[in-house]
Design a protein around this ligand. Structure first.
Ligand code: SAM
Length: 312
């Protein structure tokens, strides 16, 4: 759902006559974004970085060499292209990655569009660290359940160069994007995409199941800034307490893990509800250097030990 903001600020294309350099455009965008009271939570946490990303994208410039080009002058058509992006960011409250078509996760570039959640899970840190110390051996089979555009599973394929990785999602639309990312990363020989409601179409076991499922509770979803409502609701909402999906996952996961296998799941703010629902279960909650919380680890043995509780 793209909603129009309350901001009445209009960015007129004629402004190109008053803006000259890359620095001018970034400064102008920063001012307008702050004025429009945008929300920053999809890759950047401030107006300057959002404006910078849009300027670099419009100019077909990479992330390198930013300092050297700050005082370079733009042509009028380049300026108009940037102002058009600024207008879409403000009027649609559209997060920057949906405007540029790309996002970064675990140091890797992914295609994104409104069919998939914008990657931002703290699980990136676990991917980069090879899930140490949670895996006894390098996994041969990995499932990225609720894969969206495939960022976690594709990251795992880089972390574990001999592993077979399955990316699964209930959304056929999301899987189109995941498929494009598999091709972009040249991983088709050992990464596949599968449409499945949880484990419905999965008929194998894995050494690692990692999932960033929908986990936002009803109250939080209603209160989220407009930018989040540009993302698929299916990727965020999961019932009254945010745990509809995770309850099913906990009931079923053991049967899809090999002996010694590990389940890693993000539940974010809904961690508090999970602890209340299953006080006897020894969830191991992970800490992250770059921020983030609400990610737990359970082993297959722990899932089996507590299966009676999960089945209630
Ligand atoms: C929070 S997004 C995660 C996307 C990606 N893994 C990431 O971390 O950026 C959750 C994903 O779960 C998918 N999903 C929702 N319900 C599902 C279900 N019952 N079975 C499988 N996938 C589901 C959604 O389509 C969405 O792509």
């Amino acid at each position: 759902m793209n909603t129009v903001s309350n901001s009445t600020a209009k960015i007129l294309p004629e402004l190109v006559e008053h803006l000259y350099t890359v620095r001018d455009y970034i400064r102008f965008g920063t001012s307008r974004f702050n004025e429009a009271d945008l929300y920053f939570g999809h890759g950047n946490d401030n107006a300057w970085d959002d404006a910078l990303a849009l300027v670099l994208h419009a100019l077909h410039l990479g992330r390198e060499g930013r300092e050297q080009i700050l005082d370079a002058r733009l042509t009028p058509s380049e300026g108009r292209a940037i102002l058009a992006l600024f207008t879409r960011r403000i009027e649609g409250r559209i997060p920057v990655p949906y405007l540029t078509g790309e996002a970064w996760f675990a140091g890797l570039k992914f295609k994104v569009d409104a069919r998939v959640l914008i990657p931002r899970s703290p699980i990136a840190e676990l991917v980069e660290g090879g899930f140490a110390p949670w895996l006894a051996d390098e996994p041969m089979a990995v499932l990225d359940l609720c894969t969206g555009g495939g960022c976690i599973g594709i990251g795992c394929a880089y972390a574990f160069p001999t592993a077979e990785v399955v990316l699964s999602d209930i959304s056929a639309d999301a899987l189109v994007v995941a498929g494009e990312n598999i091709v972009q990363h040249k991983l088709s020989s050992r990464v596949s995409a599968l449409e499945s409601d949880l484990f419905a179409n999965i008929d194998q076991r894995f050494d690692l199941i990692v999932s960033n499922p929908p986990y936002v509770d009803a109250a939080d979803y209603g209160a989220m800034p407009e930018e989040y409502h540009c993302e698929p609701a299916l990727a965020l909402e999961s019932g009254e307490d945010g745990l509809d999906f995770t309850r099913r996952l906990l009931r079923e996961a053991a049967a899809y893990l090999n002996e010694g296998g590990v389940l890693v799941v993000e539940v974010g703010n809904s961690a508090v509800h999970l602890e209340q629902a299953f006080p006897a279960v020894p969830f191991t909650w992970l800490e992250f250097e770059r921020g983030g919380f609400g990610v737990f680890v359970l082993t297959q043995a722990e899932l089996i030990e507590h299966e009676a509780v999960f089945s209630q």
